[in-house]
Write a protein that binds this ligand. Structure first.
Ligand code: NAD
Length: 415
């Protein structure tokens, strides 16, 4: 992670905010408590995780308030506002100040939100539009928390890498939702492993063997694009397939322990049981990848979405002396989903070194994309090939009047 820019101190921040004309209001002037240091938050992608992340951010921090919402669907914005305002936790409700005129919907909702004076953006759309949005967020000079994965294809990854650089140039804080990186157990364990606790690490094992994600039937009268976006977990162009969308968490942990990115991968996978119905889209339901690293280490990654099957979500590493877990989700007193937002605010306020998780999150996503492509094609894929690949999956012309039929289910050896 590069940390070329120094962060703004509290005093600098207040000065910069004032100079930039940010609203500095007397406390108790609105529902949310405000002070000279109150930072305004806007949420783009007001679904399940977006609202959860907003609550996490308000729960863990003082002098913040949620003021703006943006989502492609108006009903999602309305639902999010109603649900958030039902929250009775004083750590949350006293920091809610969502104004109707700061609630935006449509494909350009993100741009409208970025024209407001929010200081921080929480970004939690599905990944298909994340590269374009992250570019715009850093261009607008906002600090940000972004969910994973970053993109569904290599061109998208390159845009996110460029956005991470711009964040550095502008001194912006950029935290991402690979929450294991903000969980005490993982941080402690990974440090011990890197310090040689189990000898030289030979290989890692990363698993996300879970059950089926959601899938929706098309509603009467629903436009094609609206259906694709509502059913986003089932199309490769909207979610990147399960290895990218879900398994990126575990893959990132092994990259973290090894402190390097893989040089190449071979992989298997397929669609074991899903019938070719529109609601199941074109994604596969299982992947198994063998990654190789320059140090000679390897990663076995296994991910699947099958019902009534053994569930396994974890990461382990094997060293010359023994095997170890890398940490265990949910085994800490503190909540990593809250920790990541506390860290973000500390970084913005200059209470710690500025955080920019952009590059490593882009590379974690690329690691998953290269495994997916190796499986789809049946070919070995190198890091360089993955990084430079021109295959673009997201349609350039998203329009509610147009059709986006489900693509063909990938067949290894056919490309
Ligand atoms: N870190 C974690 O543990 C974790 C957990 C859950 C989800 N996530 C991630 O969060 C993201 C969202 O997942 P979710 O479960 O909240 O999905 P969701 O469907 O509940 O919410 C996504 C929201 O984004 C909106 N959206 C789609 N396209 C948009 C666009 N162009 N502009 C604005 N809004 C748009 C949708 O309408 C929807 O309201 C995914 O990338 C997922 O991987 C991370």
């Amino acid at each position: 992670m590069e940390k070329k820019q120094s962060s703004l101190s509290r005093r600098d921040f207040a000065k910069t905010s004032a100079a930039a004309g940010f609203a500095i209001l007397a406390s108790r002037s609105g529902r949310a408590q405000e002070s000279a240091e109150t930072l305004k938050i806007g949420l783009i992608g007001a679904g399940g995780r977006g609202c959860g992340a907003a609550v996490n951010c308000l729960t863990g921090n003082e002098n913040v308030k949620l003021v703006a919402l943006a989502d492609v669907f108006e009903e999602s914005v309305i639902k999010a506002k109603v649900n958030l305002e039902r929250n009775n936790d004083p750590r949350v409700k006293d920091k809610l100040a969502i104004e109707d005129e700061l609630c935006f919907s449509g494909l350009d909702a993100y741009q409208k939100l970025l024209e407001t004076d929010v200081d921080i953006v929480i970004h939690a759309t599905p990944p298909y539009c994340r590269p374009m949005h992250l570019e715009a967020i850093v261009e607008a000079g906002k600090h940000l928390f972004s969910e994973k994965p970053f993109a569904v294809d290599s061109p998208g990854i390159r845009r996110c890498l460029a956005a991470a650089k711009v964040a550095d140039e502008k001194g912006l804080t950029f935290v991402t939702g690979l929450q294991r990186r903000y969980q005490d157990k993982y941080i402690e364990t990974v440090k011990k492993l890197q310090d040689g606790a189990i000898g030289k690490i030979l290989y890692g094992r990363a698993y996300w063997n879970g059950s089926l994600p959601f899938s929706h039937d098309r509603e009467a009268g629903e436009s094609d694009l609206a259906y694709r976006l509502r059913n986003w977990y089932n199309q490769i162009w909207t979610c990147g397939d399960s290895i990218v969308e879900q398994h990126v968490h575990n893959i990132d942990v092994i990259n973290w322990v090894l402190d390097e990115y893989p040089t190449k991968v071979v992989a298997n996978g397929g669609r074991a049981w899903k019938p070719a119905e529109e609601k199941y889209g074109d994604i596969w339901d299982n992947f198994a990848c063998d990654y190789e690293y320059a140090s000679g280490a390897r990663m076995l990654s296994m991910s699947r979405h099958w019902n009534n099957s053994k569930s396994d979500v974890w990461e382990r590493v094997v060293g010359t002396e023994k095997e170890s877990t890398c940490g265990e989700m949910g085994r800490d007193r503190s909540d990593p989903y809250v920790n990541e937002h506390i860290a973000m605010l500390e970084s913005i306020r200059g209470d710690r070194e500025r955080i920019n998780d952009g590059e490593r999150t882009a590379y974690a996503t690329l690691t998953a994309i290269m495994g997916r492509e190796a499986a789809y094609t049946g070919q070995e894929v190198t890091w360089e090939q993955a990084l430079n690949c021109e295959k673009s999956l997201v349609p350039a012309d998203l329009d509610f009047e147009k059709e986006y039929p489900v693509g063909s289910i990938p067949v290894p050896g056919s490309e």
